[in-house]
Design a protein around this ligand. Structure first.
Ligand SMILES: CC(C)(COP(=O)(O)OP(=O)(O)OC[C@H]1O[C@@H](n2cnc3c(N)ncnc32)[C@H](O)[C@@H]1OP(=O)(O)O)[C@@H](O)C(=O)NCCC(=O)NCCS
Length: 211
């Protein structure tokens, strides 16, 4: 399928109140590897790729694939950085098309363990919703959350997602089948939440100087 210009996201930096989100570059490999290694036990609970054998080569492969996917308009992966400490990788957030014809997309994320509990996932996901609905003209955005992942369910709830149902044994993590709950947000719901201030934790801008 030919990708229209509106489905291609420019590879620019995005800023929220505390965060910088930007596409991956080759020199991010070490920072990504360190963040995954330091968070491996917590990530491995829900993310099948985050095994003890995750290597620098794995991080390099991710960055290479991420750069290609962005160019091809398949998926947009962002490295999450704190503006006050931009050299450190604090997590990933990604947006991808589920169906281009139905204008639906999905968001996925993880946060480095030592930075959890500070609202970073919520702030980054809010920025991803803005990109999805405003830049990519999505009609519907979803999160798939492992049943029992209370922190991630809370992120979805805080941002106004509606829990729509459960996909049974959708994913195998560490040899164990897990159910996923599907959380959806529609464009008109997002606009309503944004207008009323709910689901809008922080003001976003493309750049702090307004570029
Ligand atoms: C899930 C995850 C992304 C959350 O990141 P985070 O930056 O800590 O999220 P936030 O701080 O924005 O919000 C987390 C919320 O969950 C709450 N929370 C955390 N652990 C909880 C628990 N066990 N039970 C109930 N609530 C919990 C926090 O208190 C917070 O809510 P609050 O703001 O109302 O106090 C992070 O823990 C992570 O990466 N986990 C491992 C990988 C993963 O699960 N990825 C998501 C797959 S869908």
């Amino acid at each position: 399928m030919r990708i229209s210009a509106r489905d291609l996201l420019p590879p620019i930096e995005r800023y929220t109140e505390r965060l910088l989100l930007r596409p991956f570059r080759r020199r991010d490999i070490e920072a990504l590897y360190t963040a995954v290694r330091d968070s491996q036990a917590e990530l491995a609970e829900y993310l099948p790729w985050a095994t003890k054998t995750f290597t620098r080569a794995g991080a390099a492969g991710f960055v290479r694939e991420s750069m290609r996917s962005w160019r091809e308009g398949k998926a947009y992966d962002f490295t999450i950085r704190l503006q006050e400490r931009p050299e450190r990788h604090v997590g990933n957030i990604s947006i991808w098309h589920v169906s281009r014809s139905s204008r639906s997309g999905e968001i996925g994320y993880w946060i480095r363990t030592e930075d959890t509990g500070r609202g970073i996932a919520t702030e980054a996901t809010h920025a991803a919703l803005r990109i999805g609905f405003e830049d990519l003209s999505m009609h519907r955005m979803v999160l798939r959350v492992a049943v029992g992942n209370k922190a991630s369910e809370r992120v979805a709830t805080k941002l106004g997602f509606v829990r729509e149902g459960v996909l049974r044994e959708e994913i195998q993590v560490g040899g164990r089948w897990m159910d996923h709950s599907v959380w959806g947000l529609l464009d008109h719901e997002y606009r309503c939440l944004t207008r009323t201030g709910r689901g809008r934790k922080t003001p976003d801008s493309v750049n702090p100087d307004g570029r």
